[in-house]
Design a protein around this ligand. Sequence first.
Ligand code: ATP
Ligand code: MG
Length: 298
Amino acid sequence: MKDLPPQVRERTIAKARTLIEALPFMQEHRGKVIVIKYGGAAMDRAPLARPFAMDLSLLLHAGIHPVVVHGGGPQVSEVSAQLGLETRFVDGIRVTDAATLDVATMVLAGKLNTQVVGGLVADGVPAVGLSGVDGGLLLARRSTPDLGFVGEVVQVNTGVVRTLMDRDFVPVVASIAVDEAGQAYNVNADVVAAEIAAALGADKLVFMNDVPGVMGSGGDLLSELGVQECLDLLAADGVVEGGMIPKLESATRAIKGGVRRVHMLDGRVEHALVLELFTPEGIGTMITPDAGEGAVAE
Ligand SMILES: Nc1ncnc2c1ncn2[C@@H]1O[C@H](COP(=O)(O)OP(=O)(O)OP(=O)(O)O)[C@@H](O)[C@H]1O
Ligand SMILES: [Mg+2]
């Protein structure tokens, strides 16, 4: 060290300091389950696949148990269009007829799940792909007749996910569920992530999206929200739209289900996950229980 020019020496010491600063965060998260919803829009950006894998590696080495749930909305819409199928959303939920269900199953549980797992494995993350059908992970029933084969989750059987986590694998879940008769359903991936997070007693649920976080009526980033504030935003006219509707609903569902914190991060920011978990500078929107209702008080 003493032979180094002063500037280089200072920079090297600063790197060590950064590592040490991460220590309390690593201690805080050690042994915890963190569910990460990797959104379709964020996934579309190939250069970010590698930093995401690196982030997951760091989480694993810090003793965190990550579970990944991925979306794929834009990709399902693209293949539907190629096949001449019309895409329609109601309150951010895809109307899913039998043909669209086939497309969603092929794209989510086939192409994208393989792609996400392949990318992670190539970067040394021991990822294992599955859908909500495997091991009966997500038991669903039809949500409303108007939406076709859109399911609502009635039960989460965490066995298969826990078995994988116990063996240090990272489960990567595609958002297809099954009913008691074996009929598959398309479930919004945000809903799936929230249900799995609640069932696993996860400490955190992190949504990786293609926006900086939840935006208020003036387009401003809302950095912290309580559950009631989320419900107020959902009830307000024209503030929360499209895919942010199920996302915010799922966030409140997760918190009510005992998840301590929900984060909405910009998946376009390199190393967004590490920034949020291991540095004092929180990014995006953090959703917390309302005062007096927290599973864990702080
Ligand atoms: N108030 C708001 N704040 C932030 N984003 C909003 C708001 N209202 C609507 N949105 C939209 O919600 C979108 C996020 O939902 P979307 O379903 O498109 O992404 P995703 O859930 O990450 O992907 P996928 O559905 O494929 O998993 C944002 O890209 C944004 O355009
Ligand atoms: Mg979505």
